[in-house]
Design a protein around this ligand. Sequence first.
Ligand SMILES: [Zn+2]
Length: 72
Amino acid sequence: MTASPSPAPAALGCVAPAPAPHAHAWITRSRHPTSEGVVVYVQCVECGSLRTDLIAAPAAVPTAWSRIVRTP
Ligand SMILES: [Zn+2]
C-alpha cells in the first residue's frame, strides 16, 4: 500500500495568494464605544486586510487588539 500525499491547499485553489509585502494603510470602517474603550475596525486600502484596534483612553494612540486577517 502506498500513501499518496495530499495536494497542497494552493493546488486546490482555496488559498488566496499572499499580497506583496507593504506597510498597511489602515482606514477606519467602524468605531464602537465599549467599557474597555473604543473598539475600531480598520481595513487596509491596498490589500483589504482587516484588524481590530482598541483605543483605551480618549487621547490614547490606537493599539492592535487583533491579528491581521487577510481577505480573499
Ligand atoms: Zn495591506
